[in-house]
Design a protein around this ligand. Structure first.
Ligand code: ADP
Ligand code: MG
Length: 661
């Protein structure tokens, strides 16, 4: 098809309409449709323009090149224009009462002459007859259908010499009208066929019936508003009947009396492929093959109505019947004689386009990759557009298909992805939670830092003045005792402010090599141990020396220990465990106290959050812990159970300090 190429395609996909259902892949007789990145694309070099994909695409995503603008341009040019309409037209223009109206409409568009291709069919039929008479023993394949000719030229070149070397009726008619009306006249073929658009050498342009109807609509031409007119000659005889007689050979067969079964007609994608296969195997030695890619040309992709086969046949019969009744036999014979010098011979362009089959090992390996490890896995379900899993694998290796076209494989992959997704979803949810918490703490930190900064100065002044006052007073005096209380309370406030500053990270840590075992042991000295609480210390580490800020870490540990004790008003056990991994030192502080409710777990590090009565708790302990831990680039985690029905209640804080700070 030289006129069309990948830059200028004949049949192509409108990408945003394609829903990738693989129906076109399934229906393409030569596997000229490639799935690339999930899009169905017609490979121009492989396409035989049969139009099957256009017919089967329910989304209208497969279309053919529209030539109506070109035809309008030709009509506007200086040259005379001739329309040659295919014999299947009565099947298309069903709504027009009388063919003379159709001819009138075509003249209205601007064609100078309007002729019927069927006279070409008469000439071609006579030529076939010659071949058969002179060569009874060699079987031939008719060459009327361009899609079939391309199919044999490119996919079965071994039998290309069986193609009858005769022009198609349309090509013959192009020569006839040029002889009659002048070599420079522009010839436009109009028919049901898309493949004809590629027979560029014979016609100046080719349009389908669908396009002709578009031209009528755009020019507002309809059968009610035109002058009836007769076709221009030469007029045909029996040639007009071939679309309903299952092709030209069958027509000759009927009229010229071939032996029974000598002509085999195969119409439609499945049948013509099967017939070619059997022909190649030699099973059809004495038969002639009439091959048509559509049903008798009347179901072609260029027809607007894709159904109603029998009604269409009836329309053609009725038309031919009335035509033959009025046939001027003498003029027809004269015309047949006049045009008998036209050379109807043709050549074929044989280019083998078959792809190399990958070797069996590659196919087997790919099938395994697609999860087909045993014969039972080869479902051959056809969902991918290929009849078997094997054919699909071959197409993948040839670059025509993708593995994902296999439904069971894709479902399996989908399940895997869903699993992976749910895992990452969980991680994401946890991270989000942590992020929310740290955002909250960060904003609290800013507020706290502000407050702490503002309070620090007045508190300093209170302490300064109260100390000055105390110096002037008798230690035993009542006023001295009162001022002492003011002093103590101011000191307490300063501690709280210090805690806030720690939380807000305004303070700094001073890291030094510290003995962590000693730190834990000392921490027990700074807390009040009620009698009903036992304290255990399990030390699992070998190297006691860890880089940390001893004083600040002491605050962390004692705060956690105090909280644990306060959570066990009726007694219990406090356990501190030291252990290490390659990268970290871990301190675990656990109690079997009341536990923390799920709801409160989110709030415990927030400054001023406390569940303790006024005067008992400030709610600053854990926020201070959090600030110091962050400054150490360490982590703190908490696990807690406050529901006895779920097991022993209690809380465990785990601090993880990185060794290489
Ligand atoms: P405070 O001890 O002043 O209340 P904290 O910041 O130290 O403030 O603790 C906040 C809250 O966290 C406590 O009021 C308590 O509800 C809860 N909490 C902390 N540690 C424990 C624990 N070991 N067991 C139960 N609850 C705890
Ligand atoms: Mg506390």
């Amino acid at each position: 098809m030289p006129k069309f190429s990948s830059e200028n395609p004949l049949v192509y996909t409108i990408k945003n309409l394609c829903k990738v259902c693989y129906t076109c892949v399934r229906e393409c007789p030569v596997k000229a449709i490639k799935i690339d990145n999930g899009q169905a694309e017609v490979i121009q070099e492989r396409c035989i323009a049969c139009g099957n994909c256009i017919q089967v695409c329910s989304q209208g995503a497969k279309v053919f090149f529209n030539s109506t603008d070109n035809v309008f341009d030709i009509i506007k040019s200086e040259e005379k224009t001739i329309a040659c309409i295919a014999p299947s037209f009565p099947a298309e223009f069903n709504e027009i009462d009388n063919y003379k109206q159709l001819v009138g409409m075509m003249r209205e568009i601007g064609f100078d002459y309007v002729t019927e291709v069927s006279f070409g069919a008469d000439l071609v039929a006579r030529e076939y007859k010659h071949i058969f008479d002179n060569n009874k023993s060699t079987p031939i394949i008719t060459s009327d259908c361009p899609a079939i000719v391309y199919y044999i030229e490119h996919y079965h070149p071994e039998i290309a010499n069986s193609l009858a070397p005769i022009l198609s009726p349309a090509m013959a008619m192009a020569k006839v009208v040029r002889k009659k009306y002048g070599a420079n006249t522009k010839v436009i073929f109009i028919g049901p066929c898309v493949a004809k658009k590629a027979e560029s050498d014979y016609f100046d342009e080719v349009i389908t019936f669908t396009e002709l109807k578009q031209m009528f609509v755009s020019q507002n031409i309809n059968h009610a508003n035109v002058k009836e007119s007769q076709f221009d000659g030469p007029h045909s005889g029996k040639g007009a009947i071939f679309p309903v007689n299952h092709g030209l050979l069958k027509s000759i067969n009927k009229t010229e009396g071939f032996e029974a079964g000598q002509v085999i007609t195969a119409e439609g994608k499945k049948k013509f492929k099967e017939a070619v296969k059997e022909f190649k195997q030699g099973a059809l030695k004495t038969q002639h093959l009439e091959l048509l890619s559509c049903d008798g040309c009347i179901q072609g992709p260029g027809m607007t109505d894709k159904g109603n086969l029998y009604a269409k046949r009836k329309n053609i019969f009725m038309y031919v019947k009335s035509k033959l009744e009025t046939l001027d036999e003498e003029t027809w014979q004269k015309d047949m004689q006049f045009f008998s010098d036209i050379d109807l011979s043709r050549n074929f362009e044989i280019i083998d386009r078959r792809l190399i089959k990958p070797d069996e090992k590659q196919i087997a390996a790919l099938l395994i990759k697609m999860g087909k490890t045993s014969p039972n896995d080869l479902l051959n379900c056809g969902t991918c557009g290929y009849d078997t899993c094997n054919e699909h694998a071959i197409a993948v290796l040839q670059g025509l298909a993708e593995q994902e076209m296999c439904l069971p494989f894709t479902i399996e992959e989908l399940h895997k992805s869903i699993k992976d997704l749910s895992v990452s979803n969980k991680i994401l949810a946890d991270t989000r939670q942590a992020l929310k918490q740290s955002e909250k703490l960060a904003s609290m930190g800013q507020v706290s830092a502000g407050i702490a900064h503002e309070l620090n100065n007045p508190l300093g002044i209170i302490t300064l003045y109260s100390s000055a006052l105390k110096d002037d007073l008798d230690v035993k005096s009542e006023v001295y005792q009162d001022i002492k209380i003011i002093d103590e309370q101011a000191e307490r406030c300063k501690n709280i402010v210090g805690g806030l500053l720690n939380f807000a990270r305004k303070n700094k840590v001073q890291l030094s090599d510290s003995n962590i075992t000693k730190l834990i042991e000392h921490s027990f000295d700074s807390i009040l141990k009620p009698k009903n609480i036992t304290i255990n210390f399990i030390n699992n580490i070998e190297n006691n020396i860890v880089k940390l800020d001893y004083d600040q870490m002491m605050q962390v540990i004692t705060n956690l220990e105090k909280n644990a004790i306060e959570a066990m008003p009726n007694g219990g056990r406090l356990l501190v465990e030291l252990s290490e991994t390659i990268k970290n030192v871990e301190i675990k502080i656990s109690d079997n106290g009341t536990g923390i409710s799920q709801e409160n777990l989110e709030k415990i590090f927030t400054p001023f959050f406390t569940t303790k009565i006024v005067g008992k708790g400030t709610g600053l302990g854990l926020s201070l812990v959090y600030g110091i831990i962050k400054m150490h680039k360490a982590k703190i985690n908490v696990k807690s159970n406050d529901k006895p029905e779920k097991g022993e209640t209690g809380t465990t804080f785990l601090i993880t300090i990185p060794k290489d700070l």
